[in-house]
Design a protein around this ligand. Structure first.
Ligand SMILES: C[S@@+](CC[C@H](N)C(=O)[O-])C[C@H]1O[C@@H](n2cnc3c(N)ncnc32)[C@H](O)[C@@H]1O
Length: 238
């Protein structure tokens, strides 16, 4: 972890251009998920990464630092509100951590940028989806990311506490050639039970997303097994 990340997680604040301290949570990625991002990039030697939703730049810092530590790798972040809502603190943090050479940033909506990257023939091997969490926006993020993603690449979905995000993951696992990869995040058993119970209370009669409901933390990882080879009339309920 770089010294800026250490400071942010110790103090629980990020700093704007004028030196004002701002609490970045709960918007920002918790430490455990930041570590999960770093470990995933290291473990699978991922080089071309992409993230939807940068906010104060905490997840970007973990990912760019992982590339810096590996001595290679490059990250793309997309967020339409970096200036307007987040006071450019995400980009400022990347600059403060001397990671500017690891990041390309698009200040626009993912549903406008991702098709452009697809047209340009870009390829990635990892994506972190943490942008607009509505079902249709998350599904569109997945749809285009799948076009960019190499076979054997990974996608992490954040905020699977939300039924909308779980529904997308359930679609991916039941209809597309992806497999769920177990994720190890240190969480107390009581917290894990609380997380899972809450999901059953949210939609108790929903069983299609059972695999996702039972993941004992707030993030999940899927791996692309092959390109899409479904027959034209394929459908499995999700
Ligand atoms: C939960 S925050 C991201 C937190 C960040 N990943 C972190 O670690 O600190 C969600 C972000 O998604 C962004 N967002 C909202 N709609 C979006 C869209 N259509 N495309 C891309 N990003 C979007 C928001 O501006 C916000 O920064």
């Amino acid at each position: 972890m770089n010294s800026l990340l250490e400071q942010i997680y110790t103090v629980g604040r990020v700093e704007d251009t004028e030196g004002n301290l701002i609490d970045p949570f709960p918007t920002a990625t918790p430490l455990a998920i930041g570590n999960f991002l770093r470990e995933t990039i290291q473990k699978y030697n991922l080089k071309n990464t992409l993230e939807i939703g940068m906010a104060y730049g905490l997840s970007s810092l973990f990912i760019c630092q992982a590339h810096q530590d590996a001595g290679s790798g490059y990250h793309t972040a997309i967020d339409p509100k970096q200036t307007e809502k987040w006071k450019s603190i995400g980009l400022l943090n990347i600059k403060r951590a001397n990671l500017e050479n690891k990041l390309r940033f698009f200040e626009d909506r993912s549903d406008k940028i991702l098709p452009q990257l697809f047209i340009q023939g870009e390829k990635i091997d990892f994506a972190f989806i943490d942008g607009n969490h509505l079902f249709d926006y998350t599904l569109v993020d997945f749809f285009y990311i799948d076009h960019l993603l190499s076979i054997g690449g990974y996608i992490a979905f954040d905020d699977i506490w939300m039924p909308s995000v779980r529904k997308v993951v359930s679609f991916v696992l039941r209809n597309r050639s992806y497999e769920l990869i177990p994720v190890k995040i240190e969480t107390k058993i009581s917290t894990q039970l609380g997380i899972i119970t809450k999901r059953f209370l949210q939609n108790p009669f929903e069983i299609n997303d059972l695999k996702v409901k039972l993941i004992p933390n707030n993030v999940c990882l899927v791996k692309k097994i092959s390109d899409d080879k479904r027959p034209w009339d394929f459908h499995r309920s999700f």
